[in-house]
Design a protein around this ligand. Structure first.
Ligand code: FES
Length: 151
């Protein structure tokens, strides 16, 4: 076990865990940030996506030891002063979610993408969101919401 200091959503946290513990489980089990979801555990579905230094990262395969000096953002950190992020607002407007399970990961991928490419083409949106799986098949609404958030 080792103590890790983590910067998450602008707050300092500490976790006493094994170095190879996936960040996902530290977020959920140690820190109570349960908005980040477990889907596959092998970096294939995107449900566990968070931002590490502004880049989308699959937290199910990202060891906590690598996260120690990073700036981490989870779905809980997107809101500012009680106001939802533009991507969350677009998600709400388009009514994207069906079961909702994959949506935090989808939104984290979309926000990281739009922060680097604020005026994407449809093809760029499709490519960017391609690795996030939705078992309900809400893909067309996801693409619509990303485009709406970009306008
Ligand atoms: Fe991490 Fe599926 S749970 S990619």
């Amino acid at each position: 076990m080792a103590k890790y200091k983590l910067q998450i959503n602008g707050r300092a946290y500490e976790a006493d865990v094994e170095p190879d513990t996936p960040l996902l489980w530290v977020l959920r089990d140690n820190l109570g940030l349960v908005g980040t979801k477990y889907g596959c555990g092998i970096a294939q579905c995107g449900a566990c996506t968070v931002h590490v230094n502004g880049n989308p990262m699959r937290s199910c395969v990202y060891p906590v030891s690598a996260a120690a000096n990073a700036t981490i953002t989870t779905i809980e950190g997107l809101e500012t002063n009680g106001k939802l992020h533009a991507v969350q607002q677009a998600w709400d407007k388009v009514d994207v979610a069906q079961c909702g399970y994959c949506q935090a990961g989808q939104i984290m991928t979309a926000t990281a993408f739009l922060s680097k490419n604020p005026n994407p083409t449809e093809a760029e949106i499709e490519t960017a969101m391609n690795g996030n799986i939705c078992r309900c098949g809400t893909y067309h609404r996801i693409r619509e919401a990303v485009a709406l958030a970009a306008t």
